[in-house]
Design a protein around this ligand. Structure first.
Ligand code: ITT
Length: 196
């Protein structure tokens, strides 16, 4: 028998497996606006190594579904900095733990080229397999940390066409972030799935 995946999206409480509370709260708020309710789940799944957030998220969703046997989604994200050849990218969590945002700024000392992109890959798994939804937000790396909201690299990332960092303007982040872009695609797909 099908489980949560066949219920109406508006009735569903989808399981989001993540160890990052900030990600969960942002996703909860964005998806609520799309009529999708989520619940938090924790599961220790060894993360696949690689540079591609989409492939990492897909592997994690597959492993989590194999373990829990219920519809769920995971997210893999990263900040890809042009002048650092995409670093920290899919290694963002690790790099933040080792260097922090200031360590990344130090690597960029004297760098005029400040382009960067935040990427989020959502992977949803159910009995039909895995679907992925990728969102991106282009911007620049600020010369110093600014702002006090959000998490990790929010204080050094300024989205394209803006002057404030994500950490200075959480409402801006909620409107234009990589996470919003991926989750909106995901919510749209869930809605279509419900209709079919
Ligand atoms: P889970 O894998 O358990 O979901 P995680 O934090 O380890 O949590 P990732 O492997 O996807 O998740 O690491 C992404 C890292 O990228 C995250 O820990 C932050 O350092 C950074 N990051 C991702 N999204 C961000 C955002 O919106 N703002 C600031 N930093 C972000």
């Amino acid at each position: 028998m099908r489980t949560g995946a066949k219920r109406k999206a508006s009735d569903m409480k989808l399981l989001f497996i993540t160890g990052n509370r900030h990600k969960f709260l942002e996703a909860e708020s964005i998806l609520k606006g799309c009529g999708v309710k989520i619940e938090h789940g924790s599961l220790s799944i060894p993360e696949e190594r690689g540079e591609d957030c989409e492939a990492i998220a897909a592997a994690a969703a597959r492993a989590a579904y194999r373990a829990l046997k219920k519809p769920l989604f995971v997210e893999d994200s990263g900040l890809f900095i042009e002048s650092l050849n995409g670093f920290p990218g899919a290694y963002s969590a690790w790099a933040f733990g080792k260097l922090g945002a200031d360590g990344i700024l130090k690597l960029m000392t004297g760098t005029v080229k400040r382009g960067a992109e935040f990427v989020t890959a959502i992977a949803y798994a159910d009995e039909d397999g895995v679907r992925t939804f990728v969102g991106a937000c282009k911007g620049t790396v600020a010369p110093m940390q600014r702002g006090s909201t959000g998490f990790a690299y929010d204080a050094i990332f300024v989205p394209e066409g803006q002057s404030k960092t994500f950490a200075e303007d959480p409402e801006l982040k909620a409107r234009v972030s990589h996470r919003r872009m991926a989750l909106e695609k995901f919510a749209k797909w869930l809605e279509e799935k419900e209709k079919s």
